[in-house]
Design a protein around this ligand. Sequence first.
Ligand code: GLU
Length: 473
Amino acid sequence: MPATALITRFAPSPTGALHLGNARTALFSWLAARASGGHFVLRVEDTDAGRSQDALLERQLDDLRWLGITWDEGPGVGGPHGPYRQSERGSIYAEALAKLEAGGQTYPCFCSPEELQLSRKVQLASGRPPRYARTCAGLSAVDVQRRIDSGAAPAIRFRVPDHRTVEFVDRIHGPQRFQSDDIGDFVIRRADGSVSFFLGNAVDDSAMGITLVLRGDDHLANTPRQLLLLEALGMPLPEYGHLPLVLAPSGTPLSKREGAASLTDLRAQGYLPDAICNYLIRLGHACGHDGWLAMDQLASHFDLARTSHSAARFDEAQLRHWQREAVTHSTDAQIEQWLGGHLDALQAGEERSAFVAVVKGNVLFPAEVDELVGVVVHDSVPVSADAKAQITEAGPDFFVSAGSLLATNAGDFKGWTRAIADATGRKGARLFMPLRSALTGATHGPELAPLVGLMGNARVLGRLERAQALAGK
Ligand code: GLU
C-alpha cells in the first residue's frame, strides 16, 4: 500500500434501512480508500441487541453490494481484524474496560434513569449545559460492594480528565477544539453489561487500523470523547472527517415524505446503482466532472478536500438526470435484465431485444414500459385526450388512406409514410402526429418506425380502423 493510503470503514448499525445519507457516507469512505490505494473495512455495530436484526443487516449488506461498494475486510470476506460484528467482540471490549479500570479511569454508576433525568432538568433550568453530576464518582469500594450485594447493577463511566483541551483537525471542517470540562463522565458499559457506542466504536476503529473515520456531522461531538478514551487506552488515534448532513429540499432533515427513501425503495422503483453513485459523488462534493462516470472511474474523481463544509440538499431532479444517464449508458442486455418481468408478454429472444432497442431512450423506470408493451401486444390501446384530438383533426379519410397503403408498403415504414403524404397532402407533424396517436394512443413515445415493425400489420390495421371510427364521430 502507498504511504498515503487511507484505511477507511463504514460502520452501520443494523437497526433500520440505509437511506441516501448513509449511502453517501459509505460511498465517500469507500472512494477515499480506493482513491488513495488503501483499504476499506465494513464493521457491523450491532451492540444494541434489542434493536439490531439479522434480517436488517442482510438487507444493508445486500444494498451496499448492489450499489457496487465492495469491502476488503468485513462480513462474508473476513480479514485480520475480525470478528467484524461488534456483538462478537466482547472480549476485546472487556480487555479495554479492564485496562481503563486498572488505570483508575472508570467508576461504577448506580444512578437511575429518573435520577439522571431530574439532574439534567435542574442543570438546564439554571442555564448550565447538562452534564453528569458525578454523583457516583466518589463512592467508596465498600459502598459500591454494598450496593452490588443488594442487587444493583451499575453502569461503568469513563472519568473524563479535568481542564483539558481536546484538539484535532477534522478532515472536512478543519481545526476543532473542545474543553474536557464541558464533557460529562460518560457511560462506556451499560448496566446490562453491553458496551456503549463510545467505547466499542473508538476501540474498533483503532484496533482495526482505521486511519480515517468518515462519518456524519451528528457524530462530531462524540469525537473528543472518543479521542480521550483512546488516549487513556494508549491506542493509536485515527483521523476523523465529519460529513455535513443531507437535508430535504426544504432544508429540514430528510423525512419519509422528502428524500428519505431507503436504498431498498429506490432499487424497487428501478433506480440503477450507477445512477445513485453518480448522483452521490456530486452531493456535497465538487467532483469536477459534469459527465457520466462509470463505477471504476469514480475514485479518480474523488477528493476529500473538495467536500463541502455545509449541508447538502437532496434534489430529485438531479437523481433522475443521472438515472437517465445510467439507462443511456447501459447495454441492451443490461436493460433487458433490468426490465425483467415487465417484458413477460413479449417473446424471449428477438422480440424482446427489438423492443428494448426501441424503448431504451424513452424509459426511466421499468414500470414505464408496461404501456408500450401493451402497444405492441394488445389489440387495442387506451387513447389519451391529446391523441384523440389529433385523430379527430386528421379526419377518417386519412386513416382510410393509411390503411389501404399499408399492404403495398409492408415492412417499409418510410415508403408507407411517403405514400400517405402523397395521397393525403399531409407531411411532418401533421402526418406523424395523427399516425402516432392512432397507432399508440399517445402523442409522444419512442421512434415510430421500429414500433410499427414490432406491432405487425394486422394490429396496425386494426388501430387505423379504430382511429377512422373515432375520427368519424
Ligand atoms: N453505527 C454508527 C451509526 O450508524 C456509526 C457511527 C460512525 O460511523 O462512527 O451511526
